[in-house]
Ligand binder design. Sequence first.
Ligand code: ADP
Length: 476
Amino acid sequence: MRGGGDIADLNIPHSPSICNVNVITHDKLYTIKDDTHIVISQTKADELGLKKGSTCTIIGRRRRTATATVKISSKSKANTVTLSRNLAHNLKLDTGDTVKILPSQSDDSKPEPASAVGLSPTEESLNRLESLNGGDELTEDDLTERFIQPYLESGNGNLQVGHLLTLRDVDGTTCDFVVNSITTPSTEDQTSTGSEGSVEGWDDVEVNVEEPVQKPEDAVGYESVGGCDKAVKLMRELVEMPLRFPELWTAAGVPTPKGVLLHGPPGCGKTLLANALVEETGAHVVVINGPEIMAKKGGESEQNLRNAFEEAMKNAPSIIFMDELDSIAPKRDTAQGETEKRIVSQLLTLMDGLKGNVMVIGATNRPNVIEGALRRPGRFDRELDIGIPDEEGRSAIVKIKTRNMRLAEDVDLQQIARDTHGYVGADVSQLTMEAALQCIRENLKELDVEKEEPIEEEKLGKLKVDMSNFMHALAI
Ligand code: ADP
């Protein structure tokens, strides 16, 4: 790898608003009320001009924000902020992450007061409560009385659609609710993910219990990429950090990196990694597919490239993802026609003129055919080789690809990782699908698919992918 380095190598200058995250489980230490609080040290509070009880805005990953009230603790480390588990979940944060905290300047920065809030209990909580209740279902009134009412009496804060709230009754039994809708006078009944409203006292807020929902799962992020821990770490340093905290680079007096070139064989996870970054940073994404751009006639290819760069700059922070970069930017001396030469030059001009918080990620299976001028500092100034995974890498990928599968007890995932020498992620993915298909094939007769009725739960429950299914898939 050219020009690499670890996060630890990066000399991140001190910036008062940037803190390390420490997530606490409020089960042990705090009551639910603390989902609206953060805990910081006196030193940090002084740096930020915050006092005990002041309001601040926390900017998490995936462009998630929340407002919270400041608590000061002498036990807090100088550069650490402590958040409740729910607040961390809502901000898509984990222990060890980095977060930005800003004092809430004025009432203007506060979301509009909510007039109605729709809360949906999670199915998992309802099932648990039902079995605790001797199998009797809980009505909306039960939920309101036991969980929502006590919360309304104690809580206040900034809610966003999609936020998870763990509410508890007087005995301490919990029920998870997802904020399903927030109505403010200006949105009327129009609500979407990310819409927010502040609630300060619930007297004027109508609270409705809505249909149960599944507990929200985190969208596809870094955890879906296996066997490339080093690449993920570097991408976080080279792309995520500059996109989320450009001020660190400004403070250090150096320009943020502009482009990263990912290379490796087809199916090794280049696109997957770029998608994970987009998801984790919440950046606007513009995808440029090399062969598609090249298929355009006349000056249309160049125009499309210009449009893509313009769109990215307008919607910054953005990521421009250029897949199959080799087809857009082959070496100029080997480029076949005038059009190709013009497009390479256009791309060089666009990358040099890139302004604002925009990062370009290029992906290619053939880094050596790419125009050398693109691989210079200020353009694709970093390169990352995502090679064929070793056994440890394959083991991580196998675990990811089978995590939602119903596996028989005899399945030995480590053995599968050992037997798949030379496989890339896409091959492992295909292998698991073949194994599942083989399992279905073997069970077809028993399942009696000719019948009109849905297959009985009991029979479906027996459907498990076993080691012989994987062996069959490996032999194909
Ligand atoms: P590339 O862009 O390198 O050609 P992709 O990222 O498109 O490859 O990979 C294709 C599919 O293979 C992905 O959608 C994913 O399902 C699987 N895959 C590839 N690499 C990995 C990996 N490292 N971890 C998990 N899944 C992977």
